[in-house]
Design a protein around this ligand. Sequence first.
Ligand SMILES: Nc1ncnc2c1ncn2[C@@H]1O[C@H](COP(=O)(O)OP(=O)(O)OP(=O)(O)O)[C@@H](O)[C@H]1O
Ligand SMILES: CC(C)(CO)[C@@H](O)C(=O)[O-]
Ligand code: BAL
Length: 284
Amino acid sequence: MVKLHSIKELEDQLQPLREKGYKVGFVPTMGALHEGHISLIKQAKLECDHVIVSIFVNPTQFNNPKDLEQYPRTESEDIALLRQNGCDFVFLPSVSEMYPEGHKAEKVDLDHIENTMEGKHRPGHFDGVVNIVSRFFRLVQPTKAYFGRKDFQQVAVVVEMVKQLKIPLEIVVVETMRNPSGLAMSSRNLRLSEQELEQAVVISQVLHKGQAWAKTYSPANTLGKMKRYFEDSALKLEYLQIVHPETLNDLNQYWVPGATACIAAFCGEVRLIDNMELVPLEEN
Ligand SMILES: Nc1ncnc2c1ncn2[C@@H]1O[C@H](COP(=O)(O)OP(=O)(O)OP(=O)(O)O)[C@@H](O)[C@H]1O
Ligand SMILES: CC(C)(CO)[C@@H](O)C(=O)[O-]
Ligand code: BAL
């Protein structure tokens, strides 16, 4: 595996591959890698000739400075894991490499998908995501880029961004990997105590309950039941919404294919997100 720190090194390695017409798969991450990230890399290896992973804790997408400061950083373990899993290149740029003086973010109109859930509760978050992901896409120029469904709204934002900026690549969405307890794998899980790890399971439990209730009740009534169930937990709910999979509008009376429940909650000081499709296609 080749370690790359500068844009010049990146370009020197990738340009010859592009000229030969190889398919390049790109997996952007913020490090503290776990099996969820590895599933993205495995998918990329199946579909592409070369796989490049970036590790960059992007300061512009953190609305909370404490969250940025405490974001887990495990670079040497990450590198070992990437080697074991056959990653070809890892790009580890510095902040000044990604945001040189005079850097201008590309502009995308996210109005309808940004003003809810993560966008609403983390002001500026998706501007930061668009800023860095568009920059990575311009530099890496991958054939395909891989994102986890765990960050459901991020996928919608990136798909919209690629459409508006007309970036020629395919976005591949990979299912959420979970611990045996059901808890969605997440780098921030590293910040949970043993007790919090157990308490956090209520997030996936309420989503599964929602799947069952959705068979009988309307979206609004399902949501009410889910919220009441969650009230008894040790976690503090930030939002729980049932949304249309493309517009991200809240659903009320009627189900649509792909209707998805999205949740953000604090487990102690750690903010966790998860989501689950409540109504699969074949049931509509
Ligand atoms: N459990 C998971 N299953 C599948 N993909 C995942 C999972 N967790 C994260 N990813 C994906 O990995 C990519 C990089 O995410 P990131 O490095 O932020 O990790 P993370 O675990 O989401 O961290 P955190 O949520 O604590 O920021 C994103 O596309 C994200 O959706
Ligand atoms: C896509 C991403 C790497 C951009 O910093 C980040 O938002 C993430 O890890 O999901
Ligand atoms: N995986 C989402 C990145 C973030 O929380 O900023």
